[in-house]
Design a protein around this ligand. Structure first.
Ligand code: NSP
Length: 219
């Protein structure tokens, strides 16, 4: 993982997004994922909604490729696109098969309010955000997932649970999150006060979206 200096821009954004950050990383949904106790019905609805999240997330990655200020950054971002469109997509399809998800729910399900809120945030950022703002939203989505997945004490039996954890707790994903943070720190160094404040508001809003997304499938 790329080294991040202590009290970096990304660290400051995360610290100022508490208590929501910890609420995502320690969400009871993730604990139930670890011990494999999420009922199929709940896992199905979560994955169906998340597949829609991933659609907009992929478009946001595309906007980051377009908005990046250098070729090396485009290459790193394209590497993540490769994962989302291969291993991760295959995981969704195999899980949908195992959970009996109908074609309509794979392609065009009724969206939860939490999915709509996250989608709106990603679309607004994609269409009108600076490269720093796009990185901010990408970083929240990936870093929260790394942080909860890293807490997994062991592998649950079902592949639907186990592989969802593994996709977010492996050395490549850790390196990707390290890159995102370092990139946000690099770009953040050139921002003025107003632009940094906009990134903070986006970071906080995206973190809240993550809490609401898990809440929608819990309790
Ligand atoms: C809601 C959500 N947030 C983040 C991730 C990780 N890409 C995800 N799959 N879903």
């Amino acid at each position: 993982m790329a080294a991040t200096p202590p009290d970096s821009f990304s660290d400051q954004l995360r610290e100022r997004s508490e208590p929501d950050w910890t609420a995502v990383v320690r969400h009871p949904f993730t604990d139930a994922l670890f011990d494999g106790s999420i009922p199929d019905e709940r896992m199905r609805s979560y994955l169906v909604q998340d597949y829609q999240f991933v659609d907009d997330f992929l478009a946001l990655l595309g906007a980051a490729v377009a908005g990046a200020d250098r070729y090396a950054s485009r290459l790193a971002l394209a590497g993540s696109i490769a994962v989302v469109t291969s291993e991760e997509n295959t995981y969704f399809q195999r899980s949908f098969d195992a959970l009996g998800v109908a074609e309509a729910d794979r392609v065009d399900p009724v969206l939860d309010p939490a999915t709509v809120a996250f989608r709106d945030l990603m679309r607004e950022t994609r269409d009108g955000g600076s490269y720093a703002e796009i990185l901010t939203v990408l970083t929240v989505a990936e870093w929260t997932y790394l942080d909860w997945a890293k807490r997994a004490p062991s592998k649950p039996g079902s592949f639907v649970h186990a592989e969802w954890i593994e996709l977010h707790a492996n050395p490549d994903f850790e390196e990707w999150v390290g890159w995102l943070r370092a990139e946000l720190d690099r770009v953040g160094a050139d921002l003025d006060e107003q632009e940094r404040a906009r990134c903070l508001r986006l970071f906080q809003r995206a973190t809240r979206c993550e809490v609401d997304f898990f809440d929608a499938h819990w309790g």
